[in-house]
Design a protein around this ligand. Structure first.
Ligand code: SF4
Length: 236
């Protein structure tokens, strides 16, 4: 979509759905606003199943994009398959980095250690645009209570030609936990081992009880996001 039209659409959507519950927003987006032109971006991490459950209740055939960076925990892959079966998701698309680029830029697989921004660009940001080119809108499950850059999340944003939405941005930790309970949703096995947020294995650490949810992501560095959630011309 052209930038001006996209900005107008985002403005309209933010106005129309301000204060509306995330489940109602999702239903409107999937069944009406972007019918057949919307996908979910999911890491199948610690809380991902909550958003996926709301989406699957509306329509389990909504495409779900999963970026397999080649650096994920084995537990995440197993959990992804458990969640797919549990929710009956019928269109999960596994997106991987370009092997030619991996060979050229990270042949030993240790770029994350020297230059995590370049590693995220190679393994997460660059593979995404072609995976979402057919969609007008992409859903993500970020929440404001995760803090830092996420505390000011807008419901809708215009990012690289797409509408990006975080329909459950306003959900609290209590609401997320209540959904786990009431829907008996499966937990990622690493949550019980002290990982409240789960990304790639080399860049995710355990967090002490009561610590910030995202404190274990790129711990000890200034990095807080992988790039796919930044409006920087590198994907959505
Ligand atoms: S999170 Fe770490 S391993 Fe994963 S893509 Fe980013 S830098 Fe690389």
């Amino acid at each position: 979509m052209e930038q001006e039209a996209l900005d107008r659409r985002v403005q309209e959507l933010n106005k129309r759905y301000e204060g509306v519950d995330g489940q109602k927003v999702l239903r409107a987006l999937i069944e009406d606003e972007f019918r057949g032109r919307i996908a979910v971006l999911s890491s199948f991490g610690a809380e991902s199943v909550v958003l996926l459950d709301v989406v699957a209740e509306i329509d389990p055939s909504v495409p779900v994009i999963f970026l397999d960076t080649g650096k994920l925990f084995a537990e995440t892959i197993t959990y992804r398959d458990d969640v797919i079966a549990h929710l009956g998701l019928s269109d999960v698309r596994i997106v991987t980095p370009d092997p030619v680029q991996i060979e050229a830029r990270d042949p030993e697989g240790i770029l994350w250690y020297w230059d995590p921004d370049s590693c995220c660009a190679l393994r997460k940001v660059e593979p995404l645009p072609s995976a979402i080119v057919e969609f007008d809108a992409v859903i993500s499950g970020r929440k404001r209570y995760h803090g830092a850059m996420r505390s000011e999340l807008a419901l809708f944003e215009a990012v690289d030609g797409h509408v990006k939405t975080d329909p459950i941005a306003s959900w609290t930790k209590e609401q997320v936990m209540a959904r786990f309970e009431s829907r008996r949703l499966p937990r990622h096995p690493l949550v019980a081992k002290g990982y409240p947020s789960i990304g790639c294995e080399p860049c995710t650490s355990q967090v002490a009880e009561g610590g910030d949810v995202r404190a274990g992501r790129w711990a000890g560095t200034m990095k807080t996001e992988c790039g796919i959630h930044l409006q920087n011309g590198m994907g959505i």
